[in-house]
Every structure is written in C-alpha cells, then in structure tokens.
Design a protein around this ligand. Structure first.
Ligand code: BG6
Length: 294
C-alpha cells in the first residue's frame, strides 16, 4: 500500500504480525525506517534530512547505483537514489522468498534523460522484504536490457545508516585483519590491525573482500545489529565525525554520535553485465538483543 510521507512524497509501509515494520520511499527506493518488536528505530535518519528531490535523503538506506562515491564520471553515488521508482503491485514470486514474508518490489528503468548521462538501458528490481522475525532484506536484481550489444559496468552500495546510542561505545566485528582503502588518506591501501573496529575520529574506509557477516555491537543498548550480504564482496564503514558533520547542511552537528554507516558494497571490482544478463546483490539486517560473542 502506498501512502503519503514527508512533503507528500509516496512511501510504502511494511508491517509484520510481531509489530516490526519498515518504510520505503518511492523517491530513491529509499528505506527510511526499520523498527523492532519494541517499536525502536534501528536506522538513523537525520533530523535535518531534506525530502526534496533531487536532494537524496540523509539517512536510512540510500541505494548507490550505478556508481559508488565519486569513482567515475557520474555525480557522487550515482543517480538511483534521486530518481522516482515505480511500485510493482503484482510482484513475481521470486525465490528465495517464501511465506510469512512481507514483500514490496520497486522498479527503476533508465529514462531518455538518464541515457544522456549513462548510455545504458537497464531494469532494476529492488525487493524489500520484512521477514517473520523482523529481519529486513534488500535484494537487487539489475538487468542489462540494452539491444545494442553493449555491456555495462557499475559499482554499488546499500548505504546503510545504523542508529547507535553512542558511537564511542560501538564495536564492529568481522572486518579485522582485512585490507581496506582509506578515503581519508587518498584511498591508500592499509591492513586492519585491531581485534574489532572502534571509533574516535572520522572513518571512511572500503574494506575489501569481507566475510558475509558483519556485526555492529551497540554496548550501551546491549544490542547487536547483524548484516549478512551476498554478491557484495566489500563493506564501506563511514562516520563523518564533528568537522564533516558541520559541513553537511542536511546533518545535525552532533548527530555523528548516534549513527554509523556500514554498507554492503561492490566497489573494488565493478560488475559487468552483457545484454540480457542479470546481477543479484543482497543485504539482510537482523538484530539480537544481546552483545554477541566475537
Ligand atoms: C560514504 C562515502 O559511503 O558516503 C563518503 O564513503 C561520503 O566518502 C558518504 O562522504 C556520504 O555521501 P553523500 O553523498 O551521501 O553525502
């Protein structure tokens, strides 16, 4: 069901019988809310977020496609996050979706205007699924629908903004000993040394070829946010910290204390699709109300 959200923009609300819910705007196919059984918000959405196209929404889960960051000729993070997607009211029963799941499919196809900045036809189906336990799954299916025989190449991220109680009390598990490209240091390559990642200043890193499971432990809440991913080898970790926060008009000066981006991504090795080929990339989020053992 499509209802009106902020500034009259259309959104879809997904609800499970156990009280969990999620909201997704058709603008950007942008998930802006994901709540647990207690009704607590698990995603960060800035109080300064601007719901005015073409500005992307600050927080939730922006889709970065067909370009992550400024690693190409397109604007930062590509254009999917500031296009109006269409709602598919009769989605196909695609595996591995089964019963007891609440599903919404949104579709984006390249327009004539898009073809001027990125000359490739595609069909992008994003399936947003709320599982019986309140787990939030995003499945992207991107197909090259070109008829001219040309392949296309893209990079991608689910730019997930988690809500955390206090960034200085947060640890990320699952990225230790991995190589990463540090965006704060000209994308130089480093190797993670610590047992887990903690935060005391700006972090903007692309961890390469990570395990499929990453855990964000919120010590104050005694809660673990678990990310599982498939088809997305990399993981971006970002917190702007105080200086960058002040420079962003759509982000409160102190909000960096209460958010952390962990993004399932394909950045180091971009994906190439020949005409007729389809790529699938999945991110699943769930929570555990305790601090999981590392
Ligand atoms: C992160 C990038 O994923 O997104 C950062 O690694 C960037 O470099 C951040 O600053 C936010 O980007 P934007 O375009 O939404 O302000």
């Amino acid at each position: 069901e499509v209802v009106k959200g902020v500034n009259g923009l259309d959104k879809v609300v997904l609800r499970q019988v156990n009280g969990t819910s999620a909201e997704v705007y058709l603008y950007g196919a942008h998930v802006t809310s994901w709540k647990n059984e207690q009704g607590e918000e698990l995603l960060f959405l800035s109080s300064k977020a601007i719901f005015k196209p073409p500005k992307p929404i600050r927080g939730g889960i922006p889709i970065c496609f067909p370009q992550f960051s400024n690693l190409g000729s397109l604007d930062q993070h590509g254009f999917a996050r500031n296009r109006f997607w269409t709602f598919d009211d009769d989605p196909p029963p695609l595996p591995p979706d089964a019963n007891h799941k609440v599903i919404t499919d949104l579709i984006l196809r390249s327009t004539k205007e898009d073809l001027k900045i990125w000359p490739y036809s595609f069909e992008y189906r994003l399936r947003i699924t709320l599982g019986p336990g309140g787990e939030l799954m995003l499945t992207s299916r991107i197909r090259n629908t070109g008829t001219d025989g040309k392949p296309f190449t893209f990079s991608f991220a689910y730019h997930t903004y988690f809500s955390v109680s206090d960034i200085s009390e947060v640890r990320v598990e699952g990225l230790e000993t991995l190589d990463y490209l540090d965006n704060c240091q000209k994308r130089e390559r480093f190797t993670e040394q610590g047992d887990s990642i903690t935060f005391e200043s700006e972090v903007d890193r692309i961890y390469l070829s990570t395990p499929t499971k990453i855990a964000v432990m919120d010590h104050e809440k005694k809660r673990t946010l678990v990310m599982r991913k498939d088809g997305l080898p990399d993981a971006v970790v970002w917190n702007p910290w105080d200086k960058k926060a002040k420079a962003m008009v759509d982000f409160g000066d102190d909000e960096y204390k209460h958010m952390l981006c962990v993004e399932a991504a394909a950045v180091e090795k971009p994906i190439t699709l020949k005409p007729g080929e389809e790529w699938r990339g999945r991110q699943e989020l769930s929570t555990v109300n305790k601090l999981l053992d590392p």
